[in-house]
Design a protein around this ligand. Structure first.
Ligand code: PAF
Length: 238
C-alpha cells in the first residue's frame, strides 16, 4: 500500500522488552524512511530451551509507550498461528554459517530465526530492515539469506549499544540478579582486552561465568557465556 504511494518503509523486527539497543534501530528507521513499522513477536521456534522461552520478559504495555514516544507508525503483534499456520512444517535451513558459534550450541536456533524473519519480511515488505550488530552472526545470516533468495530489501546493521560499564544492551540483562549484573560488566571488558581467547575464557571462568565460546574469526572476537541461567553474547571488531 505505502510502496504504491511512493513511500519508503523501514522495519524493525523485535521480540519486545525494548531497550536502548532497539531504540537506536527504531531511530535509524524513523530517520531514513517515510513509514516505520516495529513487530513484537517472541518467536518460540528460535528458543532451544522451553524455560528460556517461558522466562523471556514480555512488558508489552511499557513497550507500546516506548514506541508511541519514538514516533513509530505501526506495531505488528502477531500470534503464533498468524506466523505459523503450517505449525512450522516449512522452514528456512542454512547449511554452513549457522553451524558455528551460537548455531553449534543452540540447535535449531537459526532455523527459527531465519524462518520467522523470512515470513515477517514477506508480510511487511519493507524497503529497509534493521538489525543490531550485537547479534552479528544473526545479522550476517539474515543479510546472506535475503541475497540468496533475491529478496528486495536492504538489511541495515546498527552498532551495538552498551550500558555505562560496557555490557551490551539485551532484553536478557533484565533476568540477571543484582550481583550477576555487577559481574556481567567483566564480559565486554575482557572481550575487548588484548588477551587471547583462552586467557579470556580462563579469567571469565574464575569470575563465575560458564563459557560457551570465546573465538576470533573473520576479524572479530565473538563470545557467548552464561551467568547463572542467563546467556550473554557479544562481539567486537579486532
Ligand atoms: O534479534 C531478535 O530479537 C530476534 O532474533 C528477531 C530478529 C526479532 C527474530 O525473532
Amino acid at each position: 500500500m505505502f510502496r504504491s504511494q511512493g513511500k519508503t518503509i523501514g522495519f524493525v523486527p523485535t521480540m519486545g522488552a525494548l531497550h536502548a539497543g532497539h531504540l537506536s534501530l527504531i531511530q535509524s528507521s524513523v530517520k531514513q524512511n517515510d513509514i516505520s513499522i516495529v513487530s513484537i513477536f517472541v518467536n518460540k521456534t528460535q528458543f532451544n530451551e522451553v524455560n528460556d522461552f517461558e522466562n523471556y520478559p514480555k512488558p508489552i504495555e511499557k513497550d507500546v509507550e516506548v514506541l508511541q514516544k519514538n514516533k513509530v507508525d505501526y506495531l505488528y503483534i502477531p500470534e503464533y498461528e498468524d506466523i505459523y499456520p503450517d505449525n512450522y512444517q516449512f522452514r528456512v535451513v542454512e547449511s554452513h554459517d549457522s553451524t558455528f558459534l551460537c548455531g553449534k550450541s543452540r540447535k535449531g536456533h537459526f532455523e527459527g530465526v531465519l524462518t520467522v524473519v523470512m515470513k515477517l519480511l514477506h508480510i511487511i515488505a519493507p524497503d529497509k530492515a534493521y538489525f543490531g550488530e550485537k547479534d552479528y552472526q544473526q545479522y550476517r545470516l539474515i543479510d546472506k539469506m535475503c541475497k540468496a533468495f533475491f529478496l528486495d530489501v536492504d538489511i541495515v546493521p546498527c552498532p551495538t549499544i552498551r550500558e555505562p560499564d560496557g555490557l551490551a544492551m539485551s532484553s536478557r540483562n533484565l533476568l540477571l540478579s543484582e550481583k550477576e549484573r555487577i559481574i556481567a560488566g567483566q564480559f565486554p571488558a575482557l572481550l575487548q582486552s588484548d588477551q587471547t581467547p583462552s586467557e579470556i575464557a580462563a579469567k571469565l571462568e574464575q569470575l563465575g561465568f560458564r563459557i560457551d565460546y570465546i573465538t576470533d574469526t573473520d576479524g572479530r572476537r565473538f563470545g557467548a557465556v552464561y551467568l547463572g541461567n542467563v546467556r550473554l553474547i557479544d562481539n567486537v571488531e579486532l
